[in-house]
Design a protein around this ligand. Sequence first.
Ligand code: ADP
Ligand code: MG
Length: 850
Amino acid sequence: MGDRIAAFDWSGSLGPIEAWPQSLKTIVAFVVHSPVPIVMLWGEDGIMLYNDGYSVFAGDRHPVLLGSKVREGWGEVADFNDNVMKVGLAGGTLAYRDFVLTLNRTGEFEDVYLDLDYSPIYDDDGVPAGVLAIVIEISDRVRAERQLLADGDRLRFLDALSRATEASRDADEILTVTTRMTGEHLGVSICAYADMDADERGFTVRGGWSAPGVRNAVGHHRLTDFGQLAVSTLGEGRPQIINDSRAELPPADAATYLALNIEATVCMPLVKEGRLIALMAIHRDKPHHWTEAEIALIHEVAERSWAHVERVGAEAELRETAERLHFLNETLEARVAERAAQLQQSEATVRTVFETSFMAQGLLTPEGQVLYANTTALSAIGATLNDVAGRDYWDTPWFATTPGMADRVRETVASVAAGESIQFTMPLHLPTGERVYEFSMRPAFDPNGRIVALVPEASEVTARVRAEDALRQAQKMEAVGQLTGGLAHDFNNLLAAISGNLELLEKRIDQGRVAGLQRYIDNAQGGARRAAALTQRLLAFSRRQTLDPKPTDVNRLILGMEDLTRRSIGPLNELEIVGAAGLWTTRIDAPQLENALLNLCINARDAMAPNGGRITIETANKWLDDRASMERDMAPGQYISICVSDTGTGMDAETIARAFDPFFTTKPLGEGTGLGLSMVYGFARQSGGQVRIYSEVGRGTTMCIYLPRHHGTAEEEALAHSGETDHGDGERVLVIDDEPAIRALVVEVLEDAGYIAIEAPDGPSGLQILSTDQRIDLLITDVGLPGGMNGRQVADAARVYRPNLRVLFITGFAENAAVGNGLLAPGMEVITKPFAMKAISTKIRDLMDR
Ligand code: ADP
Ligand code: MG
């Protein structure tokens, strides 16, 4: 400060330092070197000169304060300093202790506590010319003392409060005393407590204290009436503090407060596990600036009283539980005593129940060792308990003589020991004979849920099963009888036609009437053709027909037969075709599928006669999951569906159940054969698919064929077949057939088409040719052959050293199974006897072009 005073331009106030009176210079030197904060106020204006200590006290007012007039420098206390100057310049002194001035030293006004001493300074002539002020700030000390006092006050109050409530065991009483004491202590108008509703939207003021003459707020209130601020603040567990409802709240919210005379409030929330459950509210009927001390006190009171209330509640619960336990204990002891004579009695009863049961019963350890078996179980194997006790259950005479049963029982024991209950029908070869049991095993648990034993039980159902088998057998015979009857009937008719015409033919020839004989020949042949068609359909049903599956675009197939379909259903019926876009390819015998669809359409037509209706053919891709496929009795996976719907009579449950049976028809004699659906069914099943009926009497029927998806497109395969040559190119074909006529026929076809044919009459001689290294491009073989090898065996043997050999089998219906019912390896094809020349030459070309 010395340097600052020396450098200051004093020309406008005290004049240059050199011209200062000696007394001023001396005093300034004294002041500057003093460690005590001192300020000098010189002359009438009180020009300010001060030291380092004072500059600290002056805060942000320094350094502007230096050289200023004191009444202007400290404008906020100008009156005070005016008095100081007057007294000092008159030669008087002033002293203040614990004195408060409101000063602005930091940009904010604050109460500053001071010890102040003022004394006059005399000039060289002995006349008072200024005032010397010693300024000691004691704000920190004063605040600390006040805090101490307040703390003491608070602690005394809390102490008094806890002494007044500690003995209480009643929540309402605790809260009543607490609110009264707190309200009186703080001098407020209301101190209340409230329980929140379960939905946290409203609360009920249960009780509390109100100052004399103030209406209390007991009753139910909606939290939202107290404003959004209250909802959000309290919901977050923070206290709501309002110093002046009118000034701080939106008018609508303020109205609620003012209606309850709440002009200032502190509301303490109690939050437990994230939920607002109670409130303690302190109100004043005048605006009030809540001090931190007051808020802290309210907070502490609320926390303490709630903790107390909770403890009291928990204690009460504990007492109650203890009493209940005590009671239970006593009754239990009494009952146990009563039960002990009874228990012996019931054990004997249980044993009797076991031993007289018709069921075979036992008890195993959780590991599967036999603990016990009853009389019925033991007599089945003619053993005593001693023979089986302690042995592994699966390793006992019950199961030892039935192949595979020991393993199955061991697995069952493991599953049951893991907590499962298991039940199955168990056929056993027992020393006492062939028996069938309905067998079950379940775990027995102790009260803690641990498995303590396994309980096997078995009741004999041998007689029932035998009866059921007999019934099934009888039903089968009945069905076979019906089928055979139907067949015999149809064949009789056909045979009658054939033999009748042959007889007539014979008669006419005997009579020498040879004109018009062709008619009898045509009629007989017609009968034979119908008989062949009938066997074809039966084979289809028995899934033994020869199929020639090819990747097929079913949408295209349906469009290709649209004309035929329309002609077959007649003009009375509408036909709609809905082909799914992106329909998957399926590998199927296309002519058979056409046949099947035509059958469905004709059934639909019949069901809508005589008025006609609408037939819809619809295709779709189907992804059958485990459940959907189980429902339809198919393997899970990807399928296409082709559904034919009609608006006809529909079928009742009985018709649906029998519709697929061969010869089942509801149509008049001569109209229905009952073979249409049986053929469709056999075909779909043989192709790896399924047929399903959805029908409602009076509304119509939907018949759906499901066929497995084929990966690859129909086009690819068609492309591979294009570029056909009309004639063979010297390729060599081996023909094996024991029938010289058929062999000659095939050789003729081959040579016509430009191939070289080699012949063999039986399997071994054919195989001999195949085992040489001469060129063979194709093997054509009959399936039924003499000489110990059939055609299939020859082909399989040849493929061992000619893996790519192409093969065409010629079969009669009976040998179909030998060539996999038409499902063959690539490069193998089948043609069925009798065949047309055209058919076999197409097949041969087909195979050669692959
Ligand atoms: P058929 O047509 O010769 O009677 P099918 O095997 O084709 O033999 O049909 C058997 C029976 O199933 C029919 O007689 C008829 O009772 C019933 N049926 C088949 N399709 C339908 C359908 N679309 N609407 C109503 N009933 C049908
Ligand atoms: Mg039919």
